[in-house]
Structure formats: C-alpha cells, structure tokens
Design a protein around this ligand. Structure first.
Ligand SMILES: *Cc1c(COP(=O)(O)O)cnc(C)c1O
Length: 426
C-alpha cells in the first residue's frame, strides 16, 4: 500500500470496521449484549479504573457502536466520537461536559426547533443559561460573551434549511475568547461540510437524519476535534480537575486530544445514561456506507426541485442557497460546493390555506415531522410544529402561515416536480 490517505467514499464503507475476529462475519455484527465477561479480577479493575480500554457494559461502550464512532470520527476528521441515543442526547452530553451551574453559552438563533426548546427551558434546570445571537452576524456572538460563557453553538446548514453559517467567522470569535465552537452538522453531514476544517472544536449530529438516511432509527453522535486545550483550564472542571470517581485522574491530561470524548463517555454517558442501541448503530452504519452517493443525489434533486418551484406561479419565494439569486449563495459556494443541502422552505402566495391544501394534496411527499429520509417529506409548520406560537412568533421563527418546508428525497426528481405541480394546481 502507498501512503495515500483513503478517500471519503472509502472511509464511509471501511473506517472502524474489520471482519469479525471470531466468525469472519464481513458486515459489522450487532453485539446485542448488555455486559461483557472480564478476563480476570485484575482486568476488571483496570477497566473500571480507566487504565485499559475495553467493554464493561453497553451503557458505556459496545463493539457495534464503537465501529460507528470510529467511522464518524474518520469522516469528520476528528480524534474520537461517542454514539448516543439521539441528536438531543448528543447536544445535552456535550453541554454537560462543558457547563457548570451558573454558566452560559451563546447560540445562533436559527436552530432546529427542538434545540431551541431544550436550550430555553430544560437547560434551566441545570442552571445553564443560553444567550441568543444573530446567526448572520458574528459580532452579535462576540457581544453576548461574558466571563461565564463556556461555548458557542451553531448549525452548519441551519434549520429550517436555507441558511449557511459562516463557521470560520464564528470560530474566530470563539478563539479570541478561548472557548470551544460546537457545530451541529446534521443538515450538512461531513459529505457537504467538515466543520473542523473551518475551525470548529466539537461536532454533534442527529444521526436520525441524513447519516442514517432511511428514516428508521433515532441516534446521535458527538465528535471531538482534538483541537481545544482543556488542560489546566479551571473553567472546564470536568476535563481539567481531578475526578474523584476515577482516583483523582485528570481526563485532559490522561487522554490528551481525545479527552473531551472520554469525558462525554465516562462522565456523561455513564452517569446520565442515553446509550444508543447496537441495533440502531447497525442501521446507521449501513446508512453511512452509501452517504456520499445519497447526499449527492439529495442535493442534486433539491436544486432541481427548488429551481422549478422558484419559477412556479403559485410560489411567492423559495429559500434555497443553491439558487444563484439566494442571499446565502456566496456562503454556499464557499462552504458547500457540492450542494447546499436538501431541506428548504418556500412561501405560498395563497398563505395558510394554500399550505394546508398543499400538504393534503401531495401524493409522493409524506406529511410528517422529520428530515433526511430516502423519501421526500413535507410539513406546514404553522399548522403543526409551530401552531402554538402567535403569528408574530411564527414569522420570527421562519414559520409564517405561508411557509412550507420540504426535505427532498432520492426519488426521480421529475416525479417530485410533477407531484408538486399537480398539488399546487389542485
Ligand atoms: C433532528 C435534529 C436534532 C435532534 O435530533 P434527534 O435525533 O431527533 O434527537 C438536532 N439538531 C438538528 C439540526 C436536527 O435536525
């Protein structure tokens, strides 16, 4: 073999995996077991003391999940990863390793709605405060930073689609204040954007979406970029201070550039418990094997459908950065040259009623609350996910009465266009 680095397509299939040592099984087996037998008492003691790597109990590590973790770390270009039960668990365990009661983090105001709820309400129970900044204005992040700020959080391609974040600019703010930049890379996947190359320190994923890609399992991933120096930094005690539960071990010193991933696993996952089922890890691994092929088709189809809709007489506007006239087109060319994602919104001239009629009339598109499936999906936020908000709140969240969100799947693009055209005319 030459010293050539494997390409993305090769890593998507092979990273982390090898034929099973005992059986020769070529596909990664589902290690559907709660526990693992120790070799002897000394082995058990060294595992519990973090002196040796090995499996104890599937809440903390599992061999199927470990293949998924190595694969996403390779695809993102990180040092290590942790698989967890959902995207929300990935966000929560990340913050748990960074934040103490009374701490604060600055988040972009354009995020997945569930993340906005999690940050605004549930995190209050832990004494964690969120400060919202304008996703399009890096200076607003800097202005929100206080001595208790422990992280900056954004999405690479932001929900509900159509927003490209200037990750490099946010990373410069983070570096000036010596705090980590956490990027939710769910909508882009590492096929479209690799946030570590633009200065991110930690990447989180909902693997439920494009990574798994088939709408069949909930899962989350946390990837350590290995870039942030936690050692000796008293602001991050989980990483820099002696841990009483591990005989005074300092995780950032013992584990160096994958200390963050270790902290998430041996403090967060161990104590809070949102472990990923190995069966879900297996399904997500299978999804990732075809990620490059699928993502390219997703974005190609999305551009065709968005172009068609932007010229349709029933459509007031389309928000898709792949369109040359879009306000995020220049950022899309810089950050997502292969395509600007496959989730976007459009506004209907007919308002609320037209939105309700469109979701009812579509045949191929499924009306549901998810994105990143092989199947094309549609939702009318004003009558579903955002219905409890006032009209002003809906509009501020990009969910005005006329807004419809599409997640473009892998069907024949002409069939999708035909379905949309018929439903818009009905
Ligand atoms: C879906 C989603 C989440 C939450 O992930 P779950 O797997 O549903 O818990 C977080 N961030 C983004 C961008 C998402 O789309």
């Amino acid at each position: 073999m030459s010293d050539r680095q494997p390409g993305f397509e090769t890593l998507a299939i092979h990273a982390g995996a090898a034929p099973d040592a005992t059986t020769g099984a070529r596909a990664t087996p589902i290690y559907q077991t709660a526990s693992f037998v120790f070799e002897d008492v000394d082995h058990a003691a060294s595992l519990f003391g973090l002196q040796a790597f090995g499996n104890i109990y599937s809440r903390i590590t599992n061999p199927t999940n470990a293949v998924l973790e190595e694969r996403i770390a390779a695809l993102e270009g990180g040092t290590a990863a942790v698989a967890v039960a959902s995207g929300h668990a990935a966000e929560f365990l990340t913050m748990h390793a960074l934040m103490q009661p009374g701490d604060q983090f600055v988040a972009a105001n354009k995020l997945y709605g569930g993340s906005i709820n999690q940050f605004n309400h549930s995190y209050k129970n832990f004494g964690w405060e969120v400060a919202w900044a304008d996703a399009d204005d890096p200076a607003s992040f800097e202005a929100a930073i206080t001595p208790r700020t422990k992280a900056i959080f954004c999405e690479s391609i932001a929900n509900p689609g159509g927003v490209i974040t200037d990750i490099r600019a946010l990373s410069e703010v983070a570096k000036r204040h010596n705090i980590p930049l956490v990027v939710d890379n769910t909508m882009a996947t590492p096929y479209l954007i690799r946030p570590f190359e633009h200065g991110a320190d930690i990447v989180v994923h909902s693997a439920t979406k494009f990574l798994g890609g088939h709408g069949n399992s909930i899962g989350g991933l946390i990837v350590d970029g290995g870039t942030f120096n936690w050692a000796g930094d008293a602001r991050y005690p989980m990483l820099s201070q002696p841990r009483p539960e591990y005989a005074g071990m300092v995780l950032s010193e013992t584990f160096g550039n994958f200390g963050f991933a270790i902290a998430v696993r041996v403090l967060g996952l161990r104590d809070l418990g949102p472990a990923l089922s190995p069966f879900n890890a297996f399904l997500i691994l299978n999804g990732i094997e075809t990620l490059p092929l699928r993502m390219q088709r997703h974005v190609d189809n999305a551009l065709k459908v968005a172009t068609f809709l932007s010229r349709h007489e029933a459509v007031a506007w389309v928000s898709y950065p792949g369109l040359p006239e879009d306000r995020y087109h220049a950022l899309a060319q810089r950050y997502t040259p292969k395509g600007a994602g496959a989730v976007f919104t459009l506004g209907l001239k007919g308002g609320y009623e037209a939105g309700v009629k469109l979701v009812s009339n579509l045949q191929l598109f499924s009306h549901l609350a998810n994105i990143g499936d092989t199947r094309s999906l549609v939702i009318h936020p004003a009558s579903t996910t955002h219905r409890q908000l006032t009209d002003a709140q809906k509009s501020a969240a990009g969910a005005g009465p006329e807004v419809v969100r599409l997640s473009i799947g892998l069907e024949d693009a002409d069939d999708l266009i035909e379905d949309l055209d018929a439903a818009l005319r009905a």
